[in-house]
Design a protein around this ligand. Structure first.
Ligand code: PLP
Length: 232
């Protein structure tokens, strides 16, 4: 696995903090424009592929919510970072294989990619075993793309029932990644509708290219990587 491992100069460190602050400002602006319902928006800074030396300036500035998409890569950075910086909230935003459930439950505070019954059962068993609660988002295949992760829209109701009622999993919201070349807005609106139908309060959608649109459509978790840490 390769990720950037350069010694950080002060200038680079400042530019990351500048970019981070710019994203925060843009989030606040959208919130202000919405002026009616002022819901809280949580920024999940996505640090995948970036080394600790690039992540640490953001941690030093006080930010604590981060996203990673691979269990092993996350372990190599975050076991240590979590010890060093108190109060971190680490989100898994990439697909989870059932054979990594144990490691994922041990390391992550939130898993955003619950998308199939088998994984739900593994997670329930593992949380019980580790006596640890990891809050979960159900990932929805919002564009019904054949290759994409996420539960199919027409199976969502049954899946929510399985997770929440039968397995008693702490499902706190829905997450989606719209089809790459589509206008994201209709997909965001649809996820918001589905969340309302199932009385789920948290909605994770929007990345560097479209987080403002996502907030307009009701997102309260946005996942932003490259706009802060640079291109991967
Ligand atoms: C990488 C990733 C992001 C962040 O993407 P950027 O375009 O770099 O902001 C958000 N969500 C998921 C699921 C990702 O894999």
């Amino acid at each position: 696995m390769v990720w950037l491992d350069i010694k950080m100069g002060e200038i680079e460190e400042n530019s990351i903090i500048d970019a981070y602050n710019a994203v925060l400002r843009r989030i606040r602006l959208v919130q202000q424009k919405q002026n009616s319902v002022q819901h809280d928006v949580h920024l999940v800074t996505v640090s995948k592929t970036f080394s600790r030396s690039i992540i640490e300036p953001v941690l030093r500035s006080g930010h604590r919510i981060f996203g990673e998409n691979k269990v092993q890569e996350a372990q190599s950075k975050w076991v240590e970072l979590k010890q060093k910086y108190e109060g971190c909230e680490l989100h898994l935003i990439g697909p989870l294989q059932t054979n990594k459930t144990r490691d994922a439950v041990a390391l992550f505070d939130v898993i955003q990619t619950l998308d199939r019954p088998k994984l739900a059962k593994f997670l329930a068993k593992e949380m019980e075993k580790q006596k640890k609660t990891v809050n979960l988002f159900i990932q929805v295949n919002i564009g019904d793309e054949p290759q994409k992760a996420g539960i199919a829209v027409n199976e969502l109701s049954r899946f929510v029932k399985l997770c929440r009622d039968d397995l008693k999993l702490p499902v706190i919201g829905l997450m989606c990644i719209p089809p790459k070349d589509d206008d994201p807005r209709p997909h965001f609106n649809k996820l918001k509708q589905l969340a309302d139908v199932h009385k789920l309060k948290n909605i994770s959608m929007g990345m560097s290219a479209d987080f403002e649109t996502a907030i307009e459509c009701g997102a309260n978790y946005v996942r932003v990587g490259s706009a802060i840490f640079g291109n991967r």
